[in-house]
Design a protein around this ligand. Structure first.
Ligand SMILES: *[C@@H]1O[C@H](CO)[C@@H](O)[C@H](O)[C@H]1NC(C)=O
Length: 229
């Protein structure tokens, strides 16, 4: 009996404790709710003001309007391409439309890695397209070059070289890159040939740069390039 009564009392006490706790909990919930609301409105307020101060949208809108993705701006120190180039990089993009597109992204990245000047990538006129309009027919070249001016230098064609008063077209040394070549291949083998010859021609170039690259800025550059057609 005594034990039962004791148990009852204990139950009462604990249920009273639960009620008290619930009360405190609901107060906490209300406070939390109010805090969240005010925090939310502050955040909303600050983002809209800082947006209008920096004008991020305006900065990127000319490129965006032309179909170049405004996303993936560099988030850390990202110097402009060096004034002195290590040479010229020519690539031939092969494969279907999507493949060629991602290959253009890789070409820009490869040029950046090598401090090279990129020659407008060559597209394959192939059975997928029934079309030989090339890069200029598909993309806005001027915008391609301008949108990426802080990333790489891009030229429409190899420059003329002159020797003994005669000018002739520069010739690019042709290399078949290993499949999914790592960045180190570009900074060693490829770079060496580029310095030797002044220009290299990587063909074929689809899947010739590793997908996985342990550098977020390089990944961001790849995204930044991605043109929409
Ligand atoms: C490219 O240039 C940057 C900055 O000028 C330098 O740090 C880097 O080592 C260069 N890379 C190559 C491959 O020349």
């Amino acid at each position: 009996m005594a034990g039962k009564r004791g148990g009852n009392r204990h139950q009462k006490q604990s249920s009273g404790g639960i009620r008290g706790m619930l009360g405190r909990l609901s107060v906490a919930v209300v406070v939390l709710f109010i805090c969240t609301l005010s925090l939310y409105s502050t955040i909303k307020g600050t983002t809209s003001t800082s947006r209008s101060e920096i004008r991020v949208d305006e900065l990127w809108s000319p490129a965006a309007a032309q179909g170049w993705r405004p996303s993936s701006a560099p988030r850390s120190d990202w110097p402009p391409p060096p004034i002195e180039t290590n040479g010229y990089l020519r690539v031939r993009c092969n494969g279907g439309l999507n493949q060629q597109r991602s290959t253009i992204c890789n070409a820009v990245l490869a040029a950046r890695i090598m401090n090279a000047t990129l020659v407008l990538p060559e597209l394959d006129a192939n059975s997928f397209w029934h079309d030989d309009s090339g890069f200029k027919g598909l993309y806005d070249v001027e915008h391609f070059i301008k949108a990426l001016r802080y990333d790489v230098k891009i030229v429409e064609r190899l420059p003329e070289t002159s020797s003994k008063g005669k000018s002739k077209k520069m010739k690019a040394f042709q290399i078949r890159p290993p499949r999914d070549a790592p960045i180190s291949w570009y900074t060693t083998d490829a770079l060496q040939k580029m310095k030797e010859h002044g220009a290299i021609y990587l063909t074929p170039f689809s899947h010739r740069l590793a997908e996985e690259i342990d550098n977020p800025e390089y990944q961001r550059l790849r995204c930044r390039v991605n043109p929409s057609v």
